[in-house]
Design a protein around this ligand. Structure first.
Ligand code: ADP
Ligand code: MG
Length: 368
């Protein structure tokens, strides 16, 4: 078996590199107006190298780049890092003290869970419903069978997949709260399992954004692997440049100019293996039990809310090109960049003008 496994780490490093190249700040001596120097904190959580870049409140062009930076901003970034670690401890499928770990070994019994975990599961279940089940937070038994949780990949037999499909279905998750103020409890049928991997980073980006806003920061870039959230503008009032990676993940397919927007990508190149000439990626089609394989190489979704973007980027990847476009046409509360086989890019009209593609691609603007 030919195995190609690129950890998100490698992807993220590429991504960060591109972002750094694109959004290098204030180069003294370049003759341009000098930009304030940002604070940056990089940490590792949720299997991803994360970087939060933030400017001090009140930063503006012309401020002497050597002037003292506000230590409070560093404290805020540390708070964001610590909060992300706490979230991972609640949501991880692997951490033994997490809510999700307990649910996944509950043998069909009810389990009490933390309020924040419950509210994320509630939102995620709404998004599973909204996407007609293309997003399904119960595909974990399948993800495991294909080896995406361990890196020991295999192609399960048809009978095995049929059996595991019987253990999935987001509408079989029962979340309840007896009285306001009481803890939430959750139950799933025996051997069913939850995995919030498709939405956790989107939720984390929103939580970090709240922490930054609560501490007066209004110019920042939150980069959690393929999940980017741009807060405000750069201090000089210009947009942030966010790279949309190409399918080989080492070049970029285009640049999006954004402000106050989330940009979230799900790519078939992030985690995959090949066997007998077929490419199997880590996003599972909940209807077939097989990895999504419909000609889409990556989906980038933009909207204000990172959680929505994270859920939809995974779901549109499953839907395939035509259904994804139809879904957007019926509910255009977001925009997308879809890269398909054959070097084609579809861009929805809301962000078409903000997107500068690499000339190697054929680009189509999709309209309502
Ligand atoms: P990533 O988090 O790898 O950047 P995604 O947000 O697209 O990418 O989430 C993919 C992860 O979600 C997979 O690694 C797996 O844990 C889980 N997953 C796979 N397929 C689905 C699906 N159809 N619905 C919900 N979660 C999924
Ligand atoms: Mg996702």
């Amino acid at each position: 078996m030919k195995i190609k496994y690129r950890r998100l780490f490698a992807l993220t490093i590429n991504f960060l590199f591109l972002l750094l190249c694109l959004d290098g700040c204030g180069r003294p001596g370049s003759g341009q107006t000098q930009q304030p120097v940002p604070h940056k904190l990089t940490f590792f959580a949720m299997d991803t190298a994360m970087t939060v870049t933030a400017y001090d409140p009140g930063d503006e062009p012309g401020k002497d780049p050597s002037s003292a930076k506000d230590p409070h901003t560093d404290d805020t970034l540390a708070l964001a890092r610590d909060y992300t670690a706490k979230l991972e401890n609640k949501l991880s499928v692997n951490i033994e003290s997490s809510d999700i770990y307990a649910v996944n070994r509950s043998n069909g019994e009810e389990v009490a869970i933390d309020d924040e975990t419950a509210s994320l599961i509630e939102r995620a279940l709404e998004l599973c419903e909204k996407t007609g089940g293309a997003l399904d937070i119960t595909v974990y038994p399948l993800t495991r069978a294909w080896g995406f949780t361990t890196g020991v990949y295999r192609v399960p037999g048809e009978d095995e997949i049929a059996g595991l499909l019987k253990l999935t279905g987001y509408n079989r998750v029962r979340l309840s709260q007896d009285d306001p103020g009481k803890p939430y409890s959750i139950s799933v049928d025996k051997d069913m399992m939850l995995d919030l991997g498709a939405v956790a980073k989107g939720y984390a980006a929103e939580a970090i954004a709240d922490i930054l806003a609560g501490n007066g920061i209004n110019s920042a870039l939150i980069s959690l692997g393929g999940n980017i959230k741009a807060i405000g503008h750069k201090p000089d009032g210009s947009d942030w440049n966010v790279a949309v990676l190409g399918p080989d993940s080492s070049s970029y397919a285009g640049i999006l100019k954004v402000s106050d927007l989330s940009v979230v990508t799900s790519g078939g190149y992030e985690r995959y293996f090949e066997e007998n000439g077929r490419h199997y990626c880590h996003i599972i089609d909940p209807f077939t039990g097989y990895p999504a394989d419909n000609g889409i190489l990556s989906v980038t979704v933009t909207a204000r809310d990172s959680l929505l973007c994270d859920a939809l980027s995974t779901a549109l990847f499953v839907m395939g090109r035509d259904k994804a476009v139809e879904f957007w046409q019926n509910d255009p509360e977001f925009d997308f960049v879809i890269i398909t086989e054959g070097n084609e890019i579809l861009v929805s009209e809301g962000i078409y003008d903000a997107f500068s593609p690499d000339p190697a691609y054929r680009v189509t603007c999709v309209k309502k």
